[in-house]
Design a protein around this ligand. Structure first.
Ligand code: C2O
Ligand code: CU
Length: 544
C-alpha cells in the first residue's frame, strides 16, 4: 500500500524555520510566520520534540506494532437501525488497537472522508507532532490522502483515539486503544471493553446541524431530537443552577449571572459499543471469574452514571493510571474519561447500564455468566443510587504519584462562555482551530518545570477538561466563589488523570511535570463546546 507522508520531518522542521516551506505545504499551517511573535516556541517540528521521542524510544521495547485505519463513510447497523455515518473501517466503535507499553506504533491512516481529518491519540504522552491537532501539530490530512502516525506509546492503560477536526468525533470516528503492561498482566480472567456514546448522526440531523441549532437558539437553547417527541418529560426545570456574580479576578468578558442551566442536547440514542439498548451487546464469562471492565466515554455531550446490576465496582485505574482500589456502587464518567473496574462475577445475566445524566435515557449491555432471562433495556439497578465514586476517593498508587510541591509555573484557566451565542471560551478567549495562535494568549512553560493549573468553572455547565500530551495529578478541589476556603480539600496523593470533570462553580488545582516539549491543547472535551473555541494552548518555550 503506497503511503504519502504528508507531514514529513522536513516540512515540520520548516514550520519552525521560516515561511518558504510553509507555502509549499499549502499555507501557514503552523500559523507561524517569521513576523509572528512565535519565535522561541518549541513547535511540533522542533529538535526538542525529536529528542524527547528519541529518549522515549531508547527506553522502549524495540517492538513495532503496525495497523491501518480507513476513515470512510459507511452504513452501520446500530441494532435494527441502520445509519449512514463516518467511521473507521465501517465499524462503531472502530476495532480495538492494542500494543504494549514501550512499543512503537505505526498507524497508516487513509482519509476517504469528504473533509480533511486528523487522528488524536487521547491520553497518550506522545511526541507532539503526532498529537493530531490540526494546524497546531500537523497539517490536516486532505480527502483522498494518507498519513502515517508513528510514535512510542510510553504508558500502559486504557486510551482511545478520534479525529480532532470539527465534530467528526461525533459521528462514528472513534476506537479504543489498549496498552498492556508487560510488567503487570493484571489479576483478572476476562476483559470487557465498554465504549459509551451519545448518537444523532444519520438519524434526524448531523452533529453540525445540532451545533447550528444551539448557536442560533439563544440562552437556554436545548436541542431535542424529534425522535424523542412525547417520549420524555421536559426536565430542564430541574436543572436550575444559580451562578453568583463573577469574581473580581475573573478576566474581562466573562458572562454575567445566568440563572438557568442553558444549552443541552437530548440525543435520540445512547449506545454501548455502538449498539442500541434494544439490541444490546452481551459480555460472556463464567460465574466467579474476575472481569476487568475498561470503560471509555466517547460521547460528545453526555455524562453517564454507570452500574452493573447485582455487583459492586472496584475502581483500579482512571485515564490509564492506577489508583488505590476503591469499591463503589456506581460512578459518573464524562466525555473523554476512562475507568478500569474489577468485578467478581455472580451467576446469571446482569444489566450493565450507563444512565445519560439528565437525559431520561440510557446505554445498555448485558453481562451473562449463566442462564436466566435477559434484563430489560430499561433496567434500573439499585446500585445506581448506591455509593457514588467521588474524585476525592481516588488516590494515585505510590509509583505514579506526582508530588504536591511549590510550582515553578502557575496558570489559571477560567472556564467561561457566552450563553446567548453558545460560544464557550477559556480565559474569555476563543480558540480558532484553523489558526491556533490568533487571538489567544498561550500559557507558557519550560521543560523541567513543575506546573500548576487552576481550572475555574465560572459557568453553570459541567466541563470535562482534557490536557494533551501529559497527565496531571488532581491536588485540590474547592469552590471558586469562596476564596477563603478555596482549595479546602487538598489531595496530596491525588489521582493521575488527563480528563477531569469540573462542576459549575468548582475550582480544581491540578499539577503536572513539564516533560514533553511542544504545543499542547487543553480543552473542554464536550465536542460542542470545543467546536466553538473552548481550548487553550500550553506552549513550551525554548530555554533562553
Ligand atoms: Cu479526546 Cu483533544 O481530545
Ligand atoms: Cu465544556
Amino acid at each position: 500500500m503506497p503511503q504519502r507522508h504528508l507531514v514529513s520531518r522536513r516540512s515540520l522542521l520548516l514550520g519552525a524555520a521560516g515561511a518558504a516551506g510553509l507555502a509549499s505545504t499549502g499555507g501557514a499551517w503552523l500559523a507561524l510566520r517569521p513576523e509572528d511573535p512565535g519565535a522561541g516556541r518549541l513547535l511540533a517540528g522542533s529538535d526538542a520534540v525529536q529528542r524527547a521521542e528519541d529518549f522515549r524510544r531508547s527506553a522502549g521495547s524495540g517492538r513495532t506494532v503496525r495497523a491501518a485505519l480507513v476513515a470512510e463513510e459507511a452504513e452501520v447497523d446500530l441494532g435494527g437501525r441502520v445509519v449512514r455515518t463516518w467511521s473507521y473501517d465501517g465499524r462503531i466503535p472502530g476495532s480495538v488497537l492494542r500494543c504494549r507499553a514501550g512499543d512503537q506504533l505505526e498507524i497508516d491512516v487513509r482519509n476517504r472522508l469528504p473533509e480533511p481529518t486528523t487522528v488524536h491519540w487521547h491520553g497518550l504522552r506522545l511526541r507532539n507532532d503526532m498529537d493530531g491537532v490540526p494546524n497546531l501539530t500537523q497539517r490536516p490530512i486532505a480527502p483522498g490522502e494518507d498519513m502515517r502516525y508513528s510514535f512510542t506509546a510510553p504508558d500502559p492503560g486504557t486510551y482511545w483515539f478520534h479525529p480532532h477536526m470539527g465534530l467528526q468525533r461525533e459521528r462514528g470516528l472513534f476506537a479504543p486503544l489498549i496498552i498492556d503492561d508487560p510488567a503487570d498482566p493484571g489479576d483478572y480472567d476476562v476483559e470487557f471493553v465498554v465504549v459509551l456514546d451519545d448518537w444523532i448522526d444519520g438519524v434526524d440531523a448531523t452533529p453540525d446541524d445540532v451545533l447550528a441549532a444551539l448557536r442560533t437558539g439563544g440562552a437556554g437553547a436545548r436541542y431535542r431530537s424529534p425522535v424523542l417527541a412525547g417520549k420524555i418529560a421536559d426536565e430542564s426545570a430541574s436543572w436550575t443552577y444559580h451562578v453568583p456574580p463573577a469574581l473580581a479576578d475573573a478576566p474581562p468578558g466573562t458572562p454575567s449571572a445566568v440563572t438557568r442551566l442553558a444549552s443541552s442536547i437530548d440525543f435520540p440514542f445512547y449506545l454501548l459499543n455502538g449498539r442500541l439498548p434494544t439490541a444490546p451487546p452481551t459480555f460472556r464469562a463464567e460465574p466467579g471469574q474476575r472481569a476487568r471492565i475498561r470503560l471509555i466515554n466517547a460521547a460528545g455531550a453526555t455524562v453517564f452514571r454507570v452500574a452493573l446490576g447485582g455487583h459492586r465496582l472496584t475502581v483500579t485505574h482512571t485515564d490509564g493510571f492506577p489508583v488505590e482500589p476503591v469499591t463503589v456502587d456506581t460512578l459518573q464518567i464524562a466525555s473523554g474519561e476512562r475507568y478500569d473496574l474489577l468485578v467478581t462475577l455472580d451467576d446469571g445475566a446482569f444489566p450493565l447500564v450507563g444512565v445519560a445524566e439528565g437525559k431520561g435515557a440510557q446505554a445498555f449491555g448485558i453481562v451473562r455468566t449463566g442462564s436466566g432471562s435477559a434484563p430489560p433495556a430499561d433496567a434500573a439497578p439499585a446500585a445506581l443510587s448506591g455509593r457514588l465514586l467521588a474524585l476525592s476517593d481516588l488516590r494515585a498508587t505510590a509509583g505514579v504519584r506526582i508530588p504536591r510541591q511549590a510550582p515553578d509555573a502557575s496558570h489559571t484557566a477560567y472556564l467561561t462562555g457566552d450563553m446567548n451565542a453558545f460560544a464557550w471560551r477559556i480565559n474569555a478567549e476563543t480558540y480558532h482551530h484553523d489558526r491556533p495562535f490568533d487571538g489567544i494568549t498561550p500559557l507558557p512553560l519550560h521543560a523541567g518545570q513543575h506546573v500548576q493549573l487552576e481550572l475555574v468553572n465560572q459557568t453553570p455547565m459541567y466541563h470535562p477538561m482534557h490536557l494533551h500530551g501529559h497527565t496531571f495529578a488532581v491536588h485540590g478541589i474547592g469552590d471558586y466563589r469562596d476564596v477563603e476556603r478555596t482549595g479546602n480539600t487538598v489531595l496530596p496523593e491525588g489521582t493521575r488523570k488527563d480528563t477531569v470533570m469540573v462542576a459549575p462553580g468548582e475550582r480544581l488545582t491540578v499539577s503536572f511535570a513539564a516533560d514533553n516539549p511542544g504545543q499542547w491543547l487543553v480543552h473542554c472535551h464536550n465536542a460542542y463546546h470545543m467546536a466553538t473555541g473552548m481550548a487553550a494552548v500550553l506552549s513550551y518555550l525554548a530555554d533562553p
